[in-house]
Each structure stands twice: as structure tokens, then as C-alpha cells.
Design a binder for this molecule. Structure first.
Ligand SMILES: [Fe+2]
Ligand SMILES: [Fe+2]
Length: 177
């Protein structure tokens, strides 16, 4: 059980590193050096795949389970689930515009930056919310051993970037971190 929370926490550290990389590249857009948008796209690809398809569903299941034995956390769990849905949409919208710009579709720079800032802010607020509110709740209230099967969905065997095997599509991203 603690192993799973440790892995979720490690995922947050990894995600924060990717957000940092995205921000670094976006800052270049204001200067003379070209930003590496392919790298931004790869980071978003990871965040919207491993993040949205593995990490968030594990959290959803973990906290839905906690809520069944403790209805008092319903508002927090609601917020968590809503934020997961919003992050999925924002991540997709941001990844789409990165791809459009890469394929040289004309796009308002201000609109691009708005989507980027919106995504980075939402991701960071969500990570803080989970680290400061949700994970302490889980550590305090979760009985040991209950959700061991969830661990199989996360970590060194499933993570295609920070796990044991780096998938080929992420090799360039990995070496940029
Ligand atoms: Fe989450
Ligand atoms: Fe999380």
C-alpha cells in the first residue's frame, strides 16, 4: 500500500520535471533561440498517456475506495476527479496546438501561450492538492494491503519514460531531462 503511494509520489516528481522542461522551452519562444516544440510534444504525450491513462485512474480508484468507507471526504474526491477530467482536456488541447504549430498551421501566439500557461498552472495546482491534501488522507486512513493490485498498474514495469525500459518514442525526451 505504501509502495503504491510512494510510486504515485515519484510520478509527481517526474511530472513536475516534465512541466519544468515544457516551461523552459516555452520561455525560449520569447527570446531569440528556437524552442524545441517536438520535445514539448513528447512531454505532453507522456503526460496525457501515462499520466491520464495510468496515474490518474489509479488515484481515482484509490480514493473512490477510501470514500466508500469514509463519506466525509466526498468533496475532496469530487474535486480530484473533476481535476483529472479537466487536465485530460487541457492536455489534449495543448498537445493539439503544439502539433498544429509544428506542422506550420498559422496560430495566434497569444492563444498558444494561453493554453500552455493554463495547462501548466492546472497541473501544478493539482499536484500540490494531491501532495498536500489527498495523499496525507490516504496515508492516514487506508488500511494496509487493501489495494495492492493497483500497484501493478504503475511504476517501473508500466512507465515508458521513467521506468525500467524507455520506449523508443521517448528516448530523445529522456536524454533531454
Ligand atoms: Fe491526480
Ligand atoms: Fe497524481
Amino acid at each position: 500500500m505504501t509502495g503504491m503511494l510512494d510510486q504515485l509520489h515519484q510520478d509527481h516528481i517526474n511530472m513536475a520535471e516534465l512541466l519544468e522542461l515544457i516551461e523552459r522551452e516555452l520561455r525560449l519562444l520569447d527570446g531569440d533561440e528556437p524552442a524545441d516544440l517536438a520535445l514539448v510534444y513528447d512531454a505532453l504525450h507522456y503526460l496525457t498517456h501515462y499520466g491520464d491513462l495510468y496515474h490518474h485512474p489509479v488515484e481515482d480508484r484509490l480514493f473512490a475506495h477510501l470514500q466508500r468507507s469514509d463519506a466525509s471526504i466526498a468533496a475532496e474526491v469530487d474535486r480530484l476527479q473533476n481535476e483529472h477530467r479537466a487536465l485530460f482536456q487541457k492536455g489534449k488541447a495543448f498537445a493539439d496546438v503544439v502539433q498544429e504549430i509544428e506542422s506550420e498551421v498559422a496560430m495566434e501566439r497569444s492563444e498558444f501561450k494561453r493554453l500552455a500557461r493554463d495547462y501548466l498552472r492546472a497541473q501544478r495546482q493539482h499536484l500540490d492538492f494531491e501532495e498536500q491534501v489527498m495523499f496525507p488522507l490516504a496515508r492516514e486512513r487506508m488500511e494496509a494491503g487493501v489495494l495492492d493490485e493497483l500497484e501493478a498498474d504503475l511504476g517501473v514495469d508500466t512507465d515508458p519514460l521513467f521506468g525500467r525500459l524507455v520506449r523508443q518514442e521517448y528516448e530523445r525526451l529522456k536524454s533531454a531531462l
